[in-house]
Design a protein around this ligand. Structure first.
Ligand code: HEM
Length: 353
C-alpha cells in the first residue's frame, strides 16, 4: 500500500507536468526550476549549518573496527582508525567513493541445522554503487545542456558511456544502469519481508521519482523526440539567469524537468540528505586519538566529588569497629601515627617510673 501511494504520487506529478507543461512553459521551464534550486540550496544549508553543524561533538567518537594508535609495538590501523587528518581524508574518500561500510555490512540468517550465519549483502552494495555512480555520470553528462563551451570531460564521458553503440542514438550504459539499479533497490524493498516491514512511503517515493526521471529521459532520447537545440537554449538561459523557453519543446521534457525539480525540492527534507550527512558523521570525520589526547568536555561544570579516600578518612573508625577492611591504617597517616607514637612513648615512661 505504501509503495502504491508513492507510485501514484509520482504518476500524478508526471501527469501534471506532461499536460500543463507546454501551455504553462514559463512556470514549468523557469519559475519551478529556480524555486526548486533555491529550496535545494537553502534546505541543505539549513540542515548542515543550522542543525547538524550545531550538534555538539565534544569527544572523538572512536567507534571503529581497527586498532587505535597507542604504543609503538602495537600495529596501528591507520585508515580504519586514523589518528591523522590525512588518514581521516582517506577513510572518508573510501566511504564516499566505494561505500566501504556498506560493503562490510553483514546480515544474520538461520540456515538448516539450525545454524546461524552471517552473509555479506553484496547485491545491495553492487546496486548502490551502480545507482550512485550512474547518477553522478548522468548529471555530469547533462552539463552539455547548461554550458557553452561544453567542458572537455563531457564528450569523453559520452564516448565511454555509449561505447557499445547499442541503437541510434547510442544507449548510454549509465542511463540503463541507473534504471536497473533503482529497480533492484525497489525489488529488494518489496520482496525482502524484513525490509518491506520497515519501509515507508518516504522510502519508495524517491525510488519511483528517480525511476520516473530515468524513464522520461530514456523515452526522450530514444522514442519521443524533443527539440534538443531548444532544450539547450532554455538550459543555458537558466544557467546564465537570462531565462527563455523556446517553442517546440515536447511535453515529455517538461515532465522530465518537473520530476527533477520535485527531487531537488524534496531532497533536503528527506533521507536523501545522507549525501551531505556522511561528511558530518563524527564516526567518520574525526581523528581517533583518544589515547594520545585527553578530550575534556568543554562545557563540563565543576562537580563536587567525595572520593573513597575521603570517605574512608571520615568513617575509618566505624569501619574498623565492624571489621570492614580499610585501605589506609591509622599508622599510615602522618599526624595520627605521630600522635600514637607519642602516646606509646609516654605510656612506656610511666610504666618505667
Ligand atoms: C537529477 C537529474 C537528472 C537525471 C538523473 C536525469 C536522467 C536522465 C536520463 C537517464 C536520461 C536518458 C539519457 C541519458 O542517459 O543521458 C536523460 C535524458 C535527458 N535529460 Fe535528463 N536527467 C536529469 C536532469 C535533467 C535536466 C535538469 C534537464 C534539463 C535540461 C534534462 C534534460 C534531458 C534531456 C533533454 C534528455 C534527452 C537527451 C538526449 O536526447 O540525448 N535532464 N536524463
Amino acid at each position: 500500500m505504501k509503495a502504491i501511494t508513492a507510485l501514484v504520487a509520482v504518476i500524478v506529478l508526471f501527469a501534471i507536468a506532461y499536460m500543463a507543461g507546454p501551455s504553462a512553459k514559463f512556470v514549468f521551464g523557469v519559475a519551478i526550476p529556480y524555486a526548486a534550486l533555491a529550496i535545494f540550496i537553502g534546505g541543505i544549508i539549513y540542515r548542515v549549518a543550522f542543525k547538524w553543524g550545531k550538534a555538539p561533538v565534544p569527544f572523538a567518537i572512536a567507534t571503529t573496527c581497527g586498532q587505535q594508535k597507542s604504543h609503538p609495538w602495537i600495529k596501528h590501523s591507520s585508515i580504519e582508525n586514523p589518528s591523522t587528518t590525512g588518514g581521516v581524508i582517506v577513510r572518508m574518500a573510501l566511504e564516499v567513493l566505494t561505500f566501504r561500510s556498506l560493503f562490510r555490512n553483514t546480515r544474520m540468517s538461520v540456515k538448516d541445522g539450525p545454524r546461524v550465519t552471517y552473509d555479506g549483502e553484496w547485491l545491495l552494495w553492487a546496486a548502490a554503487m551502480a545507482f550512485h555512480w550512474s547518477f553522478l555520470i548522468i548529471v555530469l553528462r547533462h552539463m552539455r545542456f547548461f554550458t557553452e563551451p561544453v567542458p572537455f570531460f563531457v564528450p569523453l564521458l559520452q564516448t565511454v558511456d555509449g561505447f557499445f553503440e547499442i541503437g541510434v542514438p547510442a544507449l548510454y550504459l549509465t542511463g540503463a544502469g541507473l534504471l536497473a539499479a533503482v529497480g533492484v533497490l525497489f525489488l529488494r524493498r518489496l520482496l525482502d519481508p524484513h525490509v518491506r516491514y520497515i519501509s515507508l512511503a518516504a522510502d519508495y517515493f524517491p525510488l519511483f521519482l528517480i525511476m520516473g526521471i530515468a524513464i522520461t529521459g530514456i523515452l526522450m532520447r530514444h522514442f519521443m523526440k524533443t527539440d534538443i537545440v531548444g532544450v539547450k537554449e532554455m538550459a543555458t538561459g537558466l544557467a546564465t539567469f537570462q531565462p527563455v523557453v523556446p517553442d517546440g519543446i515536447a511535453p515529455i521534457f517538461f515532465a522530465h524537468m518537473f520530476l527533477v525539480c520535485v527531487l531537488l525540492a524534496y531532497f533536503p527534507f528527506s533521507k536523501l540528505t545522507h549525501m551531505a550527512g556522511v561528511f558530518m558523521s563524527p564516526t567518520r570525520n574525526l581523528r581517533c586519538n583518544s589515547r594520545e589526547v585527553r578530550h575534556i568536555n568543554p562545557w563540563n561544570h565543576p562537580v563536587r566529588v567525595h572520593t573513597y579516600a575521603e570517605y574512608e578518612d571520615e568513617f575509618r573508625d566505624k569501619m574498623k569497629a565492624c571489621d570492614l577492611p580499610v585501605d589506609k591504617q591509622e599508622s599510615d597517616e602522618p599526624d595520627k601515627g605521630k600522635a600514637k607514637a607519642k602516646g606509646a612513648d609516654k605510656k612506656k615512661k610511666d610504666d618505667d617510673d
